[in-house]
Ligand binder design. Structure first.
Ligand code: 9MJ
Length: 677
């Protein structure tokens, strides 16, 4: 049955509302309605269209979910060629560009529209009478591919322009890209599904847009920024590039807010520096900035040289990715004995610095990227992050191929101390078993002990620790407190003054807090926050050192693995010896003596909770038990007094039954707590 006038009107209302909310959400990043409300609008329109297929018009937002796959993309000839820009890499090249423009224009100073250079995929979007009719890739600049179905899935691209004053025919040029966060999420999901990861957001955007099956494109989050026009017919063209962009923005096309209008070379270079500084924090990748003569009449007069405009130039940032050779793979030994593979690279200038090393993290990473000595690799350094190997350029792998790199096979023993190296099941890292016998681990342990958030010994850095350990002046942290002025003054880069300063810093470190002291011990899996929680919970070092594993698990975020690490650490006689020596040397902290065991109906009792209680959250139940003098433990053992079981209890209930532990339901717990139900 044909749709009634009312239904036709409602369908149109819904289309307009949905497109409006797409704009608020995907372009302005300022949604007006909750997602659930948006979904309701879309579902209502889908239902109407299902009942009345004649309402399924070409520019309905229900089409944004993708269409059945194409056999191939149709070719599209560009009415105006989609040319590329010439590049400038230095301030001098920018000054030369400006000089050419001034001479061509016969003007003393030029006004420029400046914008980020998006690192995505150039496309042209054609609108007729304000409706999206076609979208094409740049291709070779003259002929591209019709990717209309794919572009429709990009919610930031409007299906209709939001005004009646749009040109009869308009071709919008711009860049399709993937935001950094969407790229990270896509790769995480590719990884989880065992599929190939994308190298960077641009490749991910290109791979997503050039899908014959637009339903795949729809499943990827792409966005778009307009930066120009290829056609504008039927109404008068504005006088400047900035005014064109303002018009596009007014029709709800996404135009990047970082655009500006500036004057002269000084204005261009100031913008370049500002965007360079803003770059790491931008939500998308840019590889430079673009300068365009703002006056469109002047643009037309300046015209083109070969394949690029004379009126515009791209000023590129130093590349963040470069290709280089892996000359070797070495392993470094960290504080916990972890063997970290590091690629030694043929020096390469990337991200503004010369890079010679890149971390390979662990064996799993080496395997995943299949990095081998002799490979050419893409190295990336973005912002201040540590350089990393992005991928191997397989086409340049030497023949015959070098062998896979296997840390354990290469280093069955620690390269520093010769102890055995093991990789425990389920662990990503191989470790030296030498512990503090290993100078590398000892140095790292000392460095950690002295670090600002641990004992805070100012001036005790890597170079000094290297000397102290290599000369056997220091073997463990307590030796630091026995160092003499003359010994220190005789070391490289030290003199009487720095030796005295260091001794003062060592002396000052003796007054510390329990939390800092616990952290400084470098117990595996015990970071700053856990150290603080342990200090608060146990109140004294002796209480912690003698605590049974179950009671450690009463501390927030301490599970069986962390508790085991702590217990193992204090079981080691050597560690107890160092702690005793530190105390003897005068290291001290205020201790909160543990309060006398709490009184109350559950005094001294240990309870374990399992399942869901009807009237209490887990936190509330824990608080009530503790208020009654009891403790709540994470797992059931012979020492457990009660297991409190709610609905859908887990294996803890079975364990309690096996061990014969008393089991309470919620009512019994409340009765024990002295509360009536
Ligand atoms: C990019 N990639 O961001 C142009 N571009 O203008 C900007 N590219 C361009 N403009 C004319 N912002 C040809 C290419």
């Amino acid at each position: 049955m044909a749709a009634s006038a009312l239904e036709r009107r409602r369908a149109e209302e819904l289309r307009q509302a949905i497109e409006y909310h797409n704009w608020r959400y995907y372009v302005l990043d300022a949604p007006e309605i909750p997602d659930a409300e948006y979904d309701r609008l879309l579902r209502e329109l889908e239902a109407l269209e299902a009942r009345h297929p004649e309402l399924q018009i070409a520019d309905s937002p229900t089409r944004r979910v993708g269409a059945p796959p194409l056999a191939q993309f149709a070719q599209v000839a560009h009415g105006t060629p989609m040319l590329s820009l010439n590049n400038a890499f230095s301030d001098e090249e920018v000054a030369a560009f400006d000089r050419r423009v001034r001479e061509g224009a016969g003007l003393a100073e030029i006004e420029y529209a400046v914008e980020p250079k998006f690192d995505g995929l150039a496309v042209g979007l054609t609108y007729e009478d304000g409706r999206f009719v076609q979208g094409a890739t740049r291709g070779d600049g003259y002929t591209g591919e019709d990717v209309s179905a794919n572009l429709l899935t990009v919610r930031a691209i409007p299906m209709r322009l939001a005004s009646a004053d749009a040109p009869r025919r308009l071709e919008v040029r711009g860049e399709v890209l993937m935001l950094k966060k969407d790229f990270e999420a896509l790769n995480a999901s590719q990884r989880a599904r065992g599929e190939k990861e994308f190298v960077n957001p641009r490749n991910a955007a290109a791979g997503s847009l050039r899908q014959l099956d637009s339903r795949i494109t729809a499943s990827r989050r792409l966005t778009f920024f307009a930066y120009g026009i290829g056609a504008w017919e039927g109404t008068e063209l504005p006088a400047t590039h900035a005014a064109v962009l303002a018009k596009l923005a007014g029709w709800r096309l996404p135009v990047n807010p970082e655009r500006r209008v500036v004057k002269g070379v000084a204005g261009l270079l100031a913008y370049y520096r500002d965007m360079g500084a803003a770059r790491p924090a931008l939500p998308f990748d840019i590889d430079g900035v673009v300068y365009k003569v703002n006056d469109l009449a002047l643009q037309a007069r300046l015209g083109f040289v070969s394949r690029a405009p004379r009126f515009a130039i791209a000023h590129k940032f130093p590349a963040q990715e470069e290709m280089t050779l892996v000359e070797g793979i070495e392993v470094q030994v960290g504080r916990t004995g972890a063997l970290t593979p590091v690629a030694r690279l043929k020096p390469v200038f990337v991200g503004g610095v010369t890079v010679t090393n890149a971390t390979l993290h662990n064996q799993d990473e080496i395997d995943r990227k299949d990095v081998r000595i002799g490979d050419w690799v893409i190295v990336r350094r973005a912002g201040d992050v540590i350089p990393e190997v992005v991928s191997v350029v397989l086409s340049r792998r030497p023949r015959p191929a070098p062998p896979r790199f296997d840390i354990l096979a290469r280093h069955p023993v620690c390269p520093v101390c010769g102890s055995r190296v093991v990789r425990e099941e389920g662990e990503a890292v191989a470790r030296c078993t030498g512990g503090l016998y290993c100078p590398a681990q000892r140095k790292q342990a000392l460095l950690h002990f002295a670090s600002r958030r641990a004992m805070d010994i100012e001036g005790l850095g890597e170079k000094l620790i290297d000397q102290l350990v290599d000369l056997r002046l220091v073997r463990n942290p307590s030796d630091l407190y026995g160092l003499h002025q003359d010994t220190l003054a005789g070391l490289e880069r030290m003199g009487p003054k720095s030796a005295a300063n260091l001794l003062a810093a060592i002396e000052a470190s003796k007054h510390t807090t329990l939390a800092r002291f616990i952290f400084s011990l470098g117990i595996r899996n015990v970071g700053e926050a856990t150290a603080r929680d342990l200090a608060n919970h146990f109140g004294s070092l002796d209480a912690l050192m003698d605590a049974p594993i179950e009671s450690m698990m009463n501390v927030p975020d301490v599970g069986p693995v962390v508790a085991r690490s702590i217990a193992d650490f204090f079981l080691e006689g050597h560690n107890r010896g160092v702690i005793a020596a530190l105390r003897k040397a005068g290291v001290r902290w205020p201790e909160n003596r543990l309060q006398a065991p709490a009184a109350g109906p559950l005094a001294g009792k240990t309870c374990v909770l399992t399942g869901t209680l009807a009237g209490l959250s887990r936190e509330q139940a824990k608080a009530r038990i503790e208020a009654a003098g009891g403790k709540v433990a994470g797992s059931v053992s012979k020492k457990t007094d009660f297991v409190v079981a709610g609905a859908d209890p887990g294996s803890k209930l079975t364990k309690a039954q096996e061990l014969g532990v008393t089991i309470l339901d919620e009512a019994a717990l409340l009765a024990l707590l002295g509360e009536k139900t």
